[in-house]
Every structure is written in structure tokens, then in C-alpha cells.
Design a binder for this molecule. Structure first.
Ligand code: SAM
Length: 293
């Protein structure tokens, strides 16, 4: 039984330390023991794994991970939680706590230093206000085999969305380029204190062995995707010629034809393979200023 999710025990712990929740830090702590257990199980850690947790709170998920993984490195921004975590995680030799802002750390350097030999995983109940930037930083660190996180349901659906719907966007494509996402289960607001306004979902992102398709210039692929979705109501030709300096509409139409795409198509209808083909065609153009300098 994980007493770190028992509302009465949590209240007593918080009162003893004079701790008050901070809304701006996205502090919604779990009070249903089955949830941290299921999240920790879903990341599939074993004694060879090193798990990075972002935002341990009072440590309910940290404790579950500590029982499964070789090592847990937990990064917490709120210094006020230090005495609480020292108490709740005392005796857990495989947990290292680090106080700092996960968004300001170089996650790759950090885990290469702290979890050098282990298979690197991420597992967290993420603070809602930093979901997208922290997930982007985790993906860009390019060293995690699996990432299992709880986030707002709406963001989880955006991440897993395919072409055509309103949930599909640049963030779906960024995540799907690096990983294969799976929507695992929903968690009701009743499972937290204080209760958030929205339902949460747990997702698992499994690193791809190699990118899903070939592109000659990955940075250009993401510039094209951003340009396509910055003005998603426009046709792709209009969105790209507006978003990529020096790219003429006629050139853009010619490229779409080469790629077997309708010249009136919108970006939201394209899959990663289509964006990759466009990238490779554009990268070959010599009269186009690739980096918009
Ligand atoms: N893991 C706990 C649980 O599941 O009950 C707490 C999760 S709570 C949703 C998010 C945690 O992230 C809080 O402890 C908060 O202080 C911490 N946090 C917020 N912003 C952070 C940041 N930029 N870097 C590291 N931790 C952060």
C-alpha cells in the first residue's frame, strides 16, 4: 500500500511541514494508489533502467519507480518539498533528488552523467503548465528509450492524432517523428488533490530505432511543418509561401505536383511521409534561402 497517496496521511505530512500547494507549479498530487502503480508499470523499468522523473511532489510515483528501476533521478523545482521528500523517500538508496527547473537543465548531459550505464527512461506526472516544452526537451535530448507520462487528455489526443482531424498538428508530427505514441488510460480529476479541472491521460512514447522516413534535412522538415500549421486554414501552398521566405507559390505548386499532392491541399491532410517528400524536394532548390537569413 502506497501511503503517499492516502489523503489523510498526505494532509498530516503537509500540515507537519506547513506546506501549501502552488497552482503556478501545477501541483496536483495523486491520491489513488493504483495510478502511480500503473504509470510505473507502464514504463517497463527493471534493474538495468535509470528513470528520470520530473516533479516528484511528495514522492508517490518516485517510490513506485524506486521499487522497479536500478536508479531514479527525480528533478523537483519546488525547494519547499525537500524536507518532505527527505522524509517520504528516506532509506531509498537508488533515488537521487535534484532541485532545479527541468526546463533549464540540459537533460541529455544530466542523464549521461547521472545514469551513464542504464537504459534511460522518463516517467512522470507532468505539471500541466510545462507539458509541451518539457516533452520537446525530452525528445530533443534523444537518449530516452521510453517515456511514460501523465498529461492533460486533450494534449495526449493531440500527440496521438493522425492526419485530417482538428487535433492533428505540428506537435503530433514532432512527437511521431521521434517516437511511436500510445494512449494508455485516462485518470479522473477525483484521483488528485487539489482536483484539476480536466481529465488526464497516460501515454507511452517508444523511441523509434530510426526515423519513419528519410529526410535530407531534419531542421527544414520541422520548419516546413511549423509553416504549414501556423496558418492551418490556408492551403499548403499559401501557408508555405507565407512562412518560408523566398519560396514562390509557383515553385511550391510544382513541388506538390512532383510529390503527387493536390495543389489545393491543406497541411492538416498530410502525413509525415508527405512532409518528408516535400522537404527533400525543397532541400534540392538552390534559389530558396533554406534558413531564411
Ligand atoms: N509526482 C507527484 C504526483 O504524481 O503526485 C506530483 C506531480 S505534480 C502534477 C507536478 C510536480 O512538478 C510538482 O511537484 C511541481 O512542484 C513540479 N514542477 C513544476 N514545475 C517544474 C519544473 N519546471 N521542473 C521540475 N519540477 C517542476
Amino acid at each position: 500500500m502506497n501511503t503517499l497517496t492516502d489523503p489523510v496521511a498526505i494532509r498530516a505530512l503537509l500540515d507537519r511541514h506547513g506546506f501549501h500547494f502552488s497552482k503556478s507549479l501545477g501541483q496536483n498530487f495523486l491520491i489513488d494508489a493504483s495510478v502511480p502503480e500503473r504509470i510505473a508499470e507502464a514504463v517497463q523499468a527493471d534493474e538495468n533502467s535509470g528513470v528520470l522523473e520530473i516533479g516528484p511532489g511528495i514522492g508517490c510515483l518516485t517510490a513506485e519507480l524506486s521499487g522497479r528501476a536500478g536508479k531514479v533521478l527525480a528533478v523537483e523545482l519546488d525547494n519547499r518539498l525537500k524536507p518532505l521528500l527527505d522524509e517520504t523517500l528516506s532509506g531509498r538508496e537508488n533515488v537521487e533528488l535534484l532541485f532545479g527547473d527541468a526546463l533549464k537543465l540540459n537533460l541529455r548531459e544530466l542523464v549521461l552523467e547521472k545514469l551513464p550505464q542504464q537504459t534511460k527512461l522518463v516517467c512522470a506526472n507532468l505539471p500541466y503548465n510545462i507539458t509541451s516544452p518539457v516533452l520537446t526537451a525530452i525528445l530533443e535530448a534523444d537518449c530516452f528509450e521510453r517515456i511514460c507520462v501523465m498529461i492533460q487528455r486533450e494534449v495526449a489526443h493531440r500527440i496521438c492524432a493522425g492526419p485530417g482531424g482538428k487535433e492533428y498538428g505540428a506537435f503530433s508530427l514532432l512527437v511521431q517523428w521521434y517516437t511511436e505514441p500510445e494512449l494508455l488510460f485516462d485518470v479522473s480529476p477525483h484521483c488528485f488533490v487539489p482536483q484539476p479541472k480536466v481529465t488526464s491521460s497516460v501515454i507511452r512514447l517508444t523511441k523509434r530505432e530510426k526515423p519513419p522516413c528519410f529526410v535530407s534535412d531534419e531542421a527544414l522538415l520541422f520548419r516546413i511543418i511549423r509553416a504549414a500549421f501556423n496558418q492551418r486554414r490556408k492551403t499548403l501552398v499559401n501557408a508555405l509561401s507565407a512562412g518560408l521566405p523566398g519560396l514562390r507559390k509557383e515553385e511550391c505548386e510544382r513541388i506538390l505536383k512532383v510529390c503527387d499532392l493536390d495543389t489545393n491541399i491543406r497541411g492538416e491532410k498530410l502525413n509525415l511521409g508527405d512532409f518528408a517528400k516535400i522537404t527533400n524536394e525543397l532541400a534540392d532548390l538552390t534559389n530558396f534561402d533554406l534558413y531564411g537569413k
